[in-house]
Design a binder for this molecule. Sequence first.
Ligand code: PMT
Length: 210
Amino acid sequence: MKFLITAGPTREPLDPVRYLTNRSSGRMGYALAGAARHEGHEVLLISGPTTLDVPAGVDFIPVETAQQMYDAVQDMIKGVDVAILCAAVADYRPVVCAEQKIKKQADKLVLELERTPDILGSMRSVFGFEGKLIGFAAETNDVIAYGRDKLVRKKCDMIVANDVSKPGIGFDSRENEVVLIYPNHEVYLAQDTKEHIALQIIEHATIIPS
Ligand code: PMT
C-alpha cells in the first residue's frame, strides 16, 4: 500500500527572523512513517521542521508553512491508499509577513492573524481523495466527543485522539496514549512508546474495510 503521512509543526513567519509555531517534535509522525515502512509499505513523509532523521527507505518532502504542507499534500495525493495527517498544523498565521525585521517601538504590538488552509478538511472535498483517511485530534478535554466530531466533519475513516493535557504523552514526549475513534466504536491504546503506538495504528489502518 502507499502511505502519505504528515508530521511535525508548521512555522508561520512574522518577519525574516520570527515565526509562530507549536511544541510538536515530529516524533509521532516519524514513528508512523517508520512503522509503515517496516511493514513493507511505500511511504511519503511530508514534514514541518524537526531535528529527527528521516526513517530509512521513506520518501521525504520538507516544508515550513501550513500553505506549503497543503500544496505538497495536494500535489502528492494521487495514487495514495492511506493518508495519516499527524502534523500539528498552525490554525492561524500572521496576515502580513514583514519584509524587514519588526523593530521594538510601542509597549504593545497587536498581531493580526488569519486562518490557515485546512488540509484534513480539504482531503475529500477539494483534493477528491478516496483512500483511507486518518486524522489526529489533539484535545485537552472531551477527547472522544471532539474527536468524533472531527471524524464526521472531515469525512475520516478513523481519528487518533490524544489528550495533550496529560503529562508524559502527546507533544514533544517519547510516549503517547491514544484512542482510535471509528464510526461505531473506539479502541484504547495504552501508554507506550510512540514507535509501539505507531505500529498498532498502522496495523489498524491497513485493515480498515473499503
Ligand atoms: O510531534 P510530536 O511531538 O510527536 O507530538 C505528536 C502530536 C501531539 C503532534 C500528535 O499526536 C497529534 O496530536 N497531532 C495532531 C495535532 C493537531 O494539530 O491536532 P488538531 O486537533 O489541531 O488537528 C486535527 C487534525 O487536522 C490533525 O490531523 C491535523 O493534522 C489536521 N489539520 C489541522 C489544521 C490544519 N490547518 N490542517 C490540518 O490538516
